[in-house]
Design a protein around this ligand. Structure first.
Ligand SMILES: NC(=O)c1ccc[n+]([C@@H]2O[C@H](COP(=O)([O-])OP(=O)(O)OC[C@H]3O[C@@H](n4cnc5c(N)ncnc54)[C@H](O)[C@@H]3O)[C@@H](O)[C@H]2O)c1
Length: 387
């Protein structure tokens, strides 16, 4: 049995915690037949947070520098849960050191960086994976099967969105996600990539976009120790920092398969704690998905008899391997963390069987191409082609 030694980088953060949990729990659901993982190192730059890490992965080395993990011969897999602007530098160093690399989204700040990473990975013959977890909910496997089987005909229109409201309040504090030096593409790399990953999973490549990025609030107060989405009281003495990347984007797109798309995403949609949905319209039918009903797909077929047509609800359940792994009955709901456990199980299977599984760094590169195109298009106020 293959046992993969992993270093989780950014271990105290949201994703660091989720990934660490997923390595430890996936064999409970998927067994050990496709390999197991040992969290051998947790890397965290914040010394206070690092001191509190050891209980999460007993026996793991607690490190403060990602370079130590990358150069550690005992580590097989580098798992990057760091702020966006570090992804490229760390992933490149890890690939050059011959490690397998699993990197949170967005893979890199630019498509050319992502291309370089994918090329190095190919030269080194290592396994790569980007953390686009939402499509790993088996409901999207069903959507893709319906699309690829031709049951809804030729796809003509995709509508997708993702919104939160962490920045709807103009007094909500500054966070690294709103700083272009740490997250150069802002909401586009942060949230747009989730919608783009769903688009790529369901419809394939995007060929052109025209985007309108916007900043809703120019300056925000700096309040130390406030986590993502947490509310706080201001003292009035805060430093105010410029917001330097987009809060929201509205875009039109075209797909290589000829379909058109309308997509919007933001962090300023007041009252939308987490809104994600899509609609896919084909010549013979359509699909509608809403994260509020996380495992439910609505399917309309024009082949149904006239007078009996309407959207039917498909509750994805244990007839799917990745659902049955967790739950014996439908409608008990597989949520976000289960998507991450599925993802981590696939990362380990990918390494143990030496088989790339979507989304690799090549797929992450295409998603970064869409991000680049949105940034360029919004700046130039015109359509930008993706080749
Ligand atoms: N796939 C998803 O659904 C999803 C969800 C949330 C975040 N993300 C991505 O995951 C990444 C991390 O996001 P997060 O929400 O976990 O952020 P976070 O701020 O909660 O955590 C980042 C952690 O990295 C640590 N860190 C920063 N610089 C470091 C360095 N040089 N060395 C070691 N540790 C360092 C921080 O102290 C912090 O603990 C981002 O790229 C984000 O886009 C993906």
């Amino acid at each position: 049995m293959v046992k993969v030694n992993v270093a989780v980088l950014g271990a105290s953060g949201w994703m660091g915690k989720v990934h660490t949990m997923a390595y430890q729990t996936f064999p409970h659901f998927f067994g050990e037949g496709n390999g197991t993982a040992h969290v051998a190192a947790l890397v965290e730059a914040n010394p206070q947070a690092a001191n509190e890490l050891s209980f999460r992965a007993p026996g793991a080395k607690i490190l403060q520098s990602w370079k130590e993990a990358v150069n550690d011969p005992e580590i097989d897999l580098i798992d990057i849960c760091l702020p966006d602007s570090l992804h490229y530098e760390v992933a490149k160093a890890a690939l050059l050191a011959g490690k397998h690399v699993y990197c949170e989204k967005p893979l890199a700040d630019t498509a050319s960086e992502a291309r370089e990473l994918a090329d190095i990975a190919r030269e080194k013959g290592v396994i790569t994976r980007v953390g686009h977890a939402f499509p790993r909910n088996p409901v999207h496997d069903v959507a893709r099967d319906i699309i690829t089987s031709g049951d809804i005909g030729d796809i003509k229109l995709f509508k997708g969105c993702q919104h939160v409201d962490v920045y709807s309040d103009p007094l909500a504090p500054y966070m690294w996600r709103a700083d272009a030096s740490l997250a150069p593409t802002g909401i586009v790399g942060d949230t747009g990539t989730h919608v783009f990953s769903i688009m790529h999973f369901l419809l394939g490549r995007t060929s052109a976009v025209i985007a309108d990025n916007f900043i809703a609030t120019d300056k925000r107060p700096v309040v130390d120790g406030v986590g993502y989405g947490e509310e706080t009281q201001l003292s009035g003495d805060e430093e105010w920092r410029d917001i330097t990347n987009p809060d929201g984007t509205n875009l039109l797109c075209r797909f290589e398969n000829g379909a058109r798309g309308i997509v919007d995403f933001s962090r300023i949609a007041t009252g939308r704690k987490f809104r994600q949905s899509y609609e896919v319209y084909g010549t013979k039918g359509s699909l509608v998905y809403d994260y509020d009903e996380v495992n439910r797909l609505r399917f309309y077929s024009h082949d149904d008899p006239n007078g009996r047509r309407g959207f039917r609800e498909i509750d994805v359940g244990p007839e799917h391997d990745t659902f049955r792994a967790f739950l014996p009955l439908p409608n008990f709901a597989l949520g976000y963390n289960e998507s991450k456990i599925i993802e981590v199980a696939e990362v380990i299977r990918s390494i143990s069987t030496n088989t790339p599984i979507w989304p690799t760094f090549d797929d992450g590169h295409h998603i970064c191409q869409i991000v680049d195109a949105c940034m360029d298009s919004s700046k130039a106020q015109r359509w930008v082609e993706i080749s």
